[in-house]
Design a protein. Structure first.
Lengths: 302, 302
């Protein structure tokens, strides 16, 4: 299997897209015809599978990857995880990469188990996983090693998109640099034993929220060989016109996630979810994905 | 349901113990008679359930809680999570509290889903969950709110037990204080709207590794109303004689986790796991739990 960065960038060129679609299933928002009669057990599992397959069918032409958010599956326990297993395999069969947005982290021997879970050979294995760096190198390295071994990817949280991310990540350290820069330094240090892929990018990248373009400009420079995974585009009120700083000079090197603005696009305006059927939802989702892709292309090539 | 801190402290008094036993199932270490013929699917699920039930039966008299480590279940996908669901319910039926060692974290609306998963009414709901604070207050507060609502607990990572935890957590900030102190400050700030339970402790506590007693002494003072969850006792080479600083003056206010030294105690010395049967393993596990409890009692009352 080719290097993860190469696979992602090649897919991006082929589809002329940097769009990642977040798969955050929320059954209270499903079209009426998909709503389970009783929101539990096998009915929920089947509803999530049907919803995600509908989304995947309609975004596959416009997105490079899907990003299932683990929390929305774990909330239903083993049934939710079973639905996720189906989603991972259906997305891959549909020509999409899968980024497991798990934000996992732990001490070394536990991180090894998480890396095996998300980048190994088990039923939840994705193309890449997001990882929290708070525990330092020995919580990060097992993901890097497993990704290298299995030709998968990893994205470390550096500057997250939420309003209070600065409470820890922006703290000025005694070197004068904020915590998020120190995290970027740790990523570079832990990748120094590896070679970037033939396209110039490492298999390990960084999560930098769309809501922080000022920090992104600096991080783009500090991490010239890391693909940026950019959440917060759309729903989290990022200023789209400032997103160009996340890309390299060729308009590449970053992928941008949108979740609710696409997968629940049929709920916007005065539409009523009770009346939304799958056909109408499909049309809305496809149109929203196409629009998001085009908007991002205008930004990076603009 | 009574406040989480009260429940934990009452159980601790009743059992005369501050021991938490980590449930990190590793099928390669299971006694021969529990090893699945094929390490996949339903066989793995059943082997984990049987192993954990055996451990729970033998430690229930000596421990206040079990701490399943999510990674070791996720690695088997929905089958592993199904085994975890059984373990959570079996442990509770055996009079043990369950601390889900998940180290979850995300932006606000996703943290809400994680809080619902681990502290709500679903199949993975535990008595408490561990949470990574790297995203700041809006990733932390949903866990606090859900714990308050459901009389559950949450433990925020403050200073983790692993060797490289200092790379981020010890960074000196411009106020002269390290990041872990700033995290402790965030915990206090986000708890200020709540009252501690009648025993003087909040339902939200802090993870402070047994390997860092110097930092623990300070954190014990900074977080006088937070129960400390202390991993790294035993396997991670903590100096047991220095653990007294984690407790309050009554020898309370902290619980200490041991995982492999107890649940795989039958593998120590020249014992051969192939030959270890469940009966022998049971005896070893019970003895190791009793010894760990007594050792911790000697430290906190010593």
């Amino acid at each position: 299997m080719a290097d993860f960065a190469n696979r992602l960038l090649e897919k991006s060129r082929k589809k002329n897209s940097v769009l990642v679609v977040g798969l955050d299933p929320d059954i209270s928002k499903f079209p009426g015809s998909l709503l389970p009669a009783r929101p539990e057990g096998e009915q929920v599992q089947e509803a999530i599978i049907r919803f995600n397959r509908m989304v995947i069918d309609n975004i596959a032409g416009y997105a490079v990857a899907v990003k299932p958010q683990l929390a929305f599956y774990e909330v239903f326990g083993s049934r939710g995880i079973k639905a996720l297993e189906d989603t991972v395999s259906y997305a891959r069969d549909s020509g999409l990469l899968v980024i497991a947005d798990a934000k996992r982290n732990d001490v070394g021997f536990v991180s090894e188990a998480y890396a095996e879970a998300f980048l190994g050979k088990g039923p939840l294995s994705a193309d890449a996983v997001t990882v929290n760096p708070f525990l330092g190198s020995d919580g990060m390295v097992p993901f890097i090693e497993k990704a290298a071994e299995e030709s998968r990817g990893v994205f470390f949280l550096v500057k997250t998109s939420n309003p209070s991310s600065g409470e820890i990540q922006d703290l000025a350290t005694d070197s004068g640099r904020p915590v998020y820069e120190r995290v970027a330094g740790l990523i570079n240090k832990n990748l120094s034993a590896y070679e970037p892929g033939s396209e110039g990018y490492y298999f390990a990248g960084a999560v930098v929220g769309a809501t922080y373009p000022r920090e992104a400009r600096l991080l783009r420079e500090m991490l010239p060989q890391c693909i940026l995974l950019v959440p917060g585009f759309g729903a989290q009120n990022a200023d789209a016109s400032r997103l160009s700083v996340y890309f390299d000079r060729e308009g590449s090197g970053a992928v941008v996630n949108s979740s609710r603005n696409i997968i629940y696009s049929y709920l916007s305006g005065d539409r009523d979810k009770e009346k939304a059927d799958e056909e109408e939802a499909s049309r809305c989702i496809e149109r929203a994905a196409e629009e998001a892709r085009n908007r991002l292309n205008a930004i990076r090539f603009g």
